[in-house]
Design a protein around this ligand. Structure first.
Ligand code: BTN
Length: 259
């Protein structure tokens, strides 16, 4: 159970103060945040739930969101950044989620480009960023983050095998400090997008926190489907993949290990 009064108190000095919206059950917190954004909700509005009945993942996948088993949270961001910096936002959210998992559980997350949270070969969280641009600048973005916390078993049909923080740590990980750490880290990491010095560090820090960004034989899914070996991130956060036909800069999609 979340203690909403304690959450408000812990986040009183952040952009999220007075902007926390909790539902026992909802379709999708991302859909809630997108609707609120269109109705003028402010920067830093947070939508989180105990259960999602229509949780959404990237690439039209469903995100299983059983009652009180995971963290299901979406944050509305109104950042005045040019559209070309947008691909760095999911990476920044991945850095924030990895920092929060480390702070709340001691576990180290491996970031699979662009923003899957893995522990070893298993997925423990994912991020769905949805946005709307206006005249070459970001109008608003919703960063939706799902983290498996208490699950002990998973659906059999998942593209990547799954795990949870409880399974990996061998103990009960409380969702409340995890949520606080996540929101604090999100404020810090998304703030970096507005700082010309800090923004340049994002691809490097993702590369440091990932075994996937360099030297991995992968299959790329999405509009730029190909196979090859990962060869680092460029300053826009795009993934370079060395293929038989040369180096391709992957702008969108996902990767899976080959072999
Ligand atoms: C993925 O790995 O495919 C992304 C999963 C994102 C799931 C989160 S849970 C909170 C928010 N609401 C949604 O419907 N999706 C995101």
């Amino acid at each position: 159970m979340y203690d909403l009064a304690a959450l408000e108190a812990a986040l009183a000095e952040t952009i999220f103060a007075g902007n926390l919206h909790f539902s026992g059950s909802t379709g999708s917190t991302n859909s809630d945040a997108m609707a609120a954004a269109r109705n003028g909700a402010p920067h830093g509005s947070v939508f989180f739930a105990d259960e999602q009945t229509a949780g959404r993942g990237r690439g039209d996948h469903a995100w299983h969101s059983a009652v009180a088993q995971g963290l299901y949270v979406s944050v509305l961001l109104r950042l005045s950044i040019p559209s070309e910096h947008m691909p760095l936002l999911p990476l920044a959210a991945g850095l924030a989620a990895a920092a929060a998992v480390r702070a709340a559980s001691g576990l180290t997350v491996d970031l699979r480009w662009p923003n899957d949270l893995l522990i070893g070969p298993r997925k423990t969280g994912g991020i769905l960023v949805e946005s709307q641009s206006e005249r070459g600048r970001l109008g608003f973005a919703v960063a939706g983050i799902g983290i498996n916390v208490h699950q002990q078993s998973f659906a059999a049909d998942l593209a990547t095998p799954a795990t949870s923080l409880d399974l990996e740590s061998g103990r009960w990980i409380d969702r409340q400090p995890l949520l606080i750490a996540l929101l604090e880290a999100l404020e810090r990491e998304t703030g970096a997008l507005l700082d010309p010095g800090a923004i340049r560090t994002i691809p490097d820090r993702v590369a440091q926190g990932s075994t996937w960004v360099r030297g991995r034989e992968v299959e790329v899914h999405g509009p730029q489907a190909c196979t090859g070996v990962t060869d680092g991130l460029d300053e826009n956060g795009f993934l370079r993949v060395r293929t038989a036909a040369g180096v391709v800069q992957i702008q969108t999609g996902g990767i899976r290990a080959i072999g």
